[in-house]
Design a protein around this ligand. Structure first.
Ligand code: DER
Length: 224
């Protein structure tokens, strides 16, 4: 369908930035998956890369495609990362975590020299917040964190998937939290960073260099 075509268009545009011998941060989600598959095709034409996966799902995909991998906790730097987003603004603020991989995605982005986000046309927003902010919480801090999020006027809802409580790759819960439209994402991100028990939240500020958005067969690229 059209959205899938847009995701593929953005994915193809992103891999043009990957160079021979790059260490590449591999994102999570349907658009990042398309980019990873395009990367694997390039490898057949002798492009040499090493991947750093942002989730167990992406790790398994990369292994199935024969992409050599490094363990995220063991790398000191990543040359370029390609990942998706659930929402983005023209100020390069994102909401991520729709796929539940936000913690390792944030570490990948934090280690990367160049961060590319690939999206279809539906992700561009004036203000973040229509998409609820995923917040990864250690189960031992569950009620404490709920109280602290409510103090910030958030409405946390524990994520359920296939009728089961969703458990992340890091053995934590996700609370999808409605803060309404977010006027100051950096301020909210900093407030959430102060709450012990939160491993990561899905507000990505100052973690993106290039956004490639496909609308129809047009690519709009935003460069920081
Ligand atoms: O979970 C994530 O952060 C994903 O990257 C998500 O934000 C985008 O997933 P999509 O490419 O399947 O829309």
């Amino acid at each position: 369908d059209n959205q899938n075509l847009e995701k593929l268009t953005a994915a193809k545009a992103a891999i043009a930035f990957v160079k021979h011998n790059d260490v590449v941060g591999l994102g999570t989600g349907s658009t990042a998956t398309l980019a990873i598959k395009e990367l694997a095709k390039l490898m057949e034409n002798s492009l040499k890369i090493t991947g750093v996966p942002s989730s167990e799902a992406t790790k398994e995909l990369a292994i199935s495609l024969g992409i050599p991998l490094l363990e995220l906790g063991k790398v000191n730097a990543i040359d370029i990362s390609i990942d998706g987003a659930d929402e983005f603004t023209e100020q390069f603020n994102l909401i991520k975590g729709g796929g539940g991989a936000l913690f390792r995605e944030k570490i990948v982005a934090s280690l990367s020299k160049k961060r590319i986000v690939v999206t279809d046309g539906s992700k561009l927003v004036e203000k973040l917040g229509a998409f609820k902010v995923p917040i990864e919480v250690n189960p031992n801090a569950e009620n404490y964190v709920i109280l602290k999020i409510e103090e910030l006027k958030g409405k946390p809802v524990k994520r359920v998937k296939n009728d089961e409580v969703f458990i992340t790759d890091n053995q934590n819960y996700i609370f999808d939290t409605d803060f309404g439209l977010i006027n100051d994402p950096e301020k909210l991100a900093n407030e959430l960073n102060q709450i012990d028990g939160i491993l990561a939240h899905g507000i990505f500020v100052n973690l993106t260099d290039i956004i490639l958005m496909a609308k129809g067969n047009q690519i709009t690229s935003y460069h920081k």
